[in-house]
Design a protein around this ligand. Structure first.
Ligand code: CA
Ligand code: CA
Length: 191
C-alpha cells in the first residue's frame, strides 16, 4: 500500500514538473544568457531579448595597420625623389575639431616602407564622437629632405564615421579601396 501511494505521488510530481518546465524554456536571448527566465545580456547589448545594441561611450583604437598604400604617387614618380628610397609612412587621425593622433617622433616613422607588408602604428586613441567624420590619413614623412617646408606630404586618406562600422562590435575595422587599405584594432567602452 505504501509503495502504491509513493508511486502516485511520484507520478503527480513528474506531471507537475512537466507542465511547468524551466522558466527559460520559452525565453530567447539573442546576445545573452537566460537566468531564471530573464535575459542576462552580454556587454554592449540591452532589451528584453538582448537584441538592442548600446552606443559605446567611446571606441578605443589601439593600432592602425597600413596593409596597402599608394606605393607610387599618381604621376608614377617616387615618394622621395632625391634618392628614390620610397615613402616613409606616418599616420594622422583627426576630425574637424581635433587631432587624435599624429607622429611626433622619428621612431614612429616606417622608413622606406615596403609594399605588401603590414605597417603597424600603435596609436591608442579614444573616439567619443562616433558620428563625426574621422579622417585617417597616410602621410609621407620627409625624413630625407629636411629643407621641405611641409615635412608631411599627403598620400591618402579615408574619411569615415565610426558609427557606420561598429554593428556587432567587431574587434577589427577595415577601410579599403583600390589605392590603400588600413585595419583598425578596436575595443569598446560602455557606461
Ligand atoms: Ca624614404
Ligand atoms: Ca619621405
Amino acid at each position: 500500500m505504501k509503495n502504491w501511494l509513493f508511486g502516485i505521488a511520484a507520478l503527480f510530481t513528474l506531471i507537475f514538473i512537466g507542465s511547468c518546465g524551466s522558466p527559460c524554456d520559452n525565453v530567447e536571448c539573442v546576445n545573452g544568457q537566460c537566468i531564471d527566465g530573464i535575459c542576462d545580456c552580454e556587454r554592449g547589448y540591452t532589451g528584453e531579448k538582448c537584441d538592442e545594441e548600446l552606443t559605446p561611450a567611446f571606441v578605443k583604437i589601439s593600432t592602425v595597420t597600413v596593409t596597402k598604400f599608394p606605393f607610387t604617387p599618381r604621376n608614377d614618380a617616387y615618394w622621395d625623389l632625391d634618392d628614390e628610397s620610397g615613402a616613409d609612412l606616418v599616420i594622422r587621425i583627426s576630425d574637424n575639431s581635433k587631432v587624435y593622433y599624429k607622429n611626433t617622433d622619428i621612431i614612429g616613422v616606417k622608413d622606406n616602407a615596403e609594399e605588401g607588408v603590414d605597417h603597424v602604428f600603435p596609436v591608442n586613441v579614444r573616439i567619443e564622437k562616433l558620428d563625426n567624420d574621422i579622417i585617417f590619413q597616410i602621410e609621407d614623412f620627409d625624413v630625407d629632405d629636411v629643407t621641405f617646408e611641409d615635412t608631411y606630404q599627403f598620400m591618402y586618406s579615408f574619411k569615415k564615421k565610426l558609427s557606420d562600422h561598429i554593428a556587432g562590435f567587431p574587434s577589427t575595422i577595415t577601410f579599403t579601396d583600390d589605392r590603400a587599405e588600413i585595419v583598425l584594432a578596436v575595443t569598446y567602452a560602455f557606461n
